[in-house]
Design a protein around this ligand. Sequence first.
Ligand SMILES: [Zn+2]
Ligand SMILES: [Zn+2]
Length: 283
Amino acid sequence: MQITIIASGSGGNATLFASRGTRVLVDAGVGPRVLAQCLAAAATAGAPGSTSAGSTSAWTPDAIVITHAHADHVGVAARYNKKHKIPIYASEATARAAHLGDPEGVRVFSPREPFAIGALTFSPRPLPHDAAQVALVVDDGARRAALVTDLGEVPPGLLEHVAGCDVLMLESNYDEEMLDAGPYPQHLKRRILSARGHLSNAQACALLAALPGGTHTVALMHLSENNNRPDLALAAARDALLGKRARLLAAPPRGPLVLDTAPPPGAARAPLAARQLGLFPGM
Ligand SMILES: [Zn+2]
Ligand SMILES: [Zn+2]
C-alpha cells in the first residue's frame, strides 16, 4: 500500500491510500487541481507506484472518506461528489453536520465497524474532539497504516487499535509553551488544550513511547504553524521512539509526502526508505 500525504494541518487535510488498483482519499481538504498537482509531483519524483497525472483517471480516487465535519477535513467533498461523482463515506454524525453534496453519493459508515472500499478495509474508532471524529486503520490484506489526528487526548483502547501498524500517522499539533506564549485568544487556547481539542507534542510522545514493535514509519501530522515547529515535534518524538527501529518524519502543510507500508526488500521491519518530498528545510 502506498500513502501520499497531500496536505496536513489547519489549512487542509488530504491523504491518499492506494493498493491493488484501489485509491481512496481520506479527507478532502484540497481540490482536484491541487490533488492532481501533488500526485504529478510525486510521480515526477519517481515515487513507486505513482501514475502520471496527465489524465483525469490519474488523480481520481475511487472514493473519499471524511473523518469529521471540520472545514479543514470536509474541504470540497461536495464538489468531488457533485461534479466528479466520487462517493463520499462519512459517519452519520459527520454526514448530518457537514454538507457533503448529493445525498445519493454519500455512504454512511458506523464509527466502530470496519468497512471495505475495493481492496482496502477501513477500521474506524471514535476519538475525543469537538466534532464526531474517528481514527482510521487502513488494511490492504498485507499491510496496515493508521491515521490519527484531531483528538484532545489519547482515549483508552487507541494504542491497541493502532498497535502493530506498519505506518502510524499521528497528530502532534502544538508545543505547550509555544501555545501558551502565542497570539491565540484565551478561548481558542483553552479549546486546543481541552480533552476535545488537539494532541500536543508531549501527548503524542506518550503514545509513541508506549507503542509496541512492528511500526517501521511514524509521520507526525497536523502540526500547527503558529504553535509548533517541526524541529521541536521531531526532537520530542525522536526521544519517545528511542530504542524502537522506526523512521520518523513530519508531514508538511502541503505535500506530497509519499510513504510505503512495505519495509525495504530483504530488511523486514527495518526503517523504511520513505520518500520525503517538499518538506521543511533542515529536517
Ligand atoms: Zn483538523
Ligand atoms: Zn478537527
